[in-house]
Design a protein around this ligand. Structure first.
Ligand code: ASP
Length: 351
């Protein structure tokens, strides 16, 4: 690219008059300065970077301190799972899957074991997995017996000719690919079930209710990562919304809504699924970055501050250079991030 102006200049002056030594020296100087500016502007690419979320919503600052501590510790442990893989040269695909598996196995979160209850008191799980470099993805919805839905979503991506399997079909595919299935009661964490019966049974979902007892509904999980080979990956897993109606599918398994990755950026969403879906949010961020040539942070601001309404959603994203952005407009989002340069962050509230 730097040689093009030199070439044009050379032809122009060569056709009209003799090229003197002075002209060469001027050109050389221009090239050197151009090269220097080019170098200074070049994005530094980190070897690896990872971010995760454990759901966005309203988590009061005066929540019981043991509970807050349990969240902080589990976020740290989840981050360590993914970080260890990336530090040892492992792939972003493995880091994202293992990090989400950890969160799915932790009943604090609304994914896997700790999934919230539907209006009928069941647990119906959704997940999606996407590899940005190949634009390949896998997703599942409405499963009731798959222990780690994120692993099934990855299998759909890697071992099927399709992208999205629902309910019984997804579970048949789990059997074909040796993904562990469990009794549906595995997902009924008694404490959560009793609380749901007391406070929510038959109420229907009310997004505007941010009273502290309903703040427990936060907890969808997601992870985005880029590795030293340049693989860029996004994954998300959820039990959906408390009291969701029969057959309701949220944003999480819909590629481009709650989960998306291309060769530029990987995104995972959490929050009010219907709103995230209607704004095709994860894809919107990626396209904003691509077509406006904005930075990740600028495109994230567009998504969180302009496209979505306040109190609707939170997102984590990593770009191919290893830049990370984690933003919510709901007041809080359980989140953590780290990169190869030693950055490490764990947080809950917006500030
Ligand atoms: N977005 C998820 C859903 O609508 C819920 C959440 O992130 O809390 O299914």
């Amino acid at each position: 690219m730097l040689q093009a102006p030199f070439f044009v200049y050379f032809i122009e002056i060569g056709e009209t008059k003799k090229v003197h030594m002075k002209n060469y020296l001027t050109l050389l100087l221009i090239l050197l300065i151009g090269g220097f500016i080019h170098e200074t502007n070049a994005q530094e690419t980190k070897k690896w970077a990872i971010a995760l979320h454990g759901g966005a919503g309203y988590y009061p600052k005066d929540s019981p301190s043991e509970r807050t501590q349990a969240y902080m510790e589990s976020l740290e442990e989840a981050l360590a799972v993914g970080t260890e893989i990336l530090e040892n040269g492992g792939s972003a695909l493995d880091a994202v899957e293992a990090t989400i598996q950890y969160l799915e196995n932790n009943e604090l979160y609304n994914a896997g074991r700790g999934a919230v209850f539907t209006a009928e008191g069941k647990n119906e799980l959704d997940a999606a997995f996407m590899h940005g470099n190949t634009l390949n993805a896998g997703a599942i919805t409405g499963v009731t017996t798959v222990k780690n839905p994120i692993s099934l979503a990855r299998k759909v991506m890697e071992e099927s000719n399709h992208v999205f399997f629902a309910t019984d079909g997804a579970e048949t595919f789990a059997d074909q690919t040796d993904v562990e299935r469990v009794d549906p009661l595995y997902f009924r964490v008694e404490e959560k079930y009793e609380r749901w019966k007391r406070r929510n049974a038959g109420q229907g979902y009310n997004h505007d209710d941010t009273s502290s007892e309903n703040s427990w509904k936060m907890g969808t999980v997601g992870c985005v990562a880029v590795d030293s080979d340049g693989n860029i990956v996004a994954g998300t897993s959820t039990g959906g919304m408390t009291n969701k109606q029969f057959g309701r599918v949220g944003d999480v398994p819909i590629i481009g809504s709650g989960t998306y990755a291309n060769d530029l950026v990987a995104v995972s969403a959490t929050g009010w699924g219907e709103r995230i879906m209607l704004n095709v949010s994860a894809h919107a961020l990626a396209m904003h970055m691509k077509f406006t040539e904005s930075t990740l942070e600028e495109s994230m601001s567009y998504l969180v501050d302009d496209l979505l309404n306040p109190k609707e959603a939170g997102f984590i994203a990593v770009d191919k250079y290893g830049n990370i952005s984690m933003r919510t407009n709901t007041g809080s989002m359980f989140r953590a991030a780290a990169d190869s340069e030693g950055m490490k962050e764990i947080g809950i509230w917006e500030d």
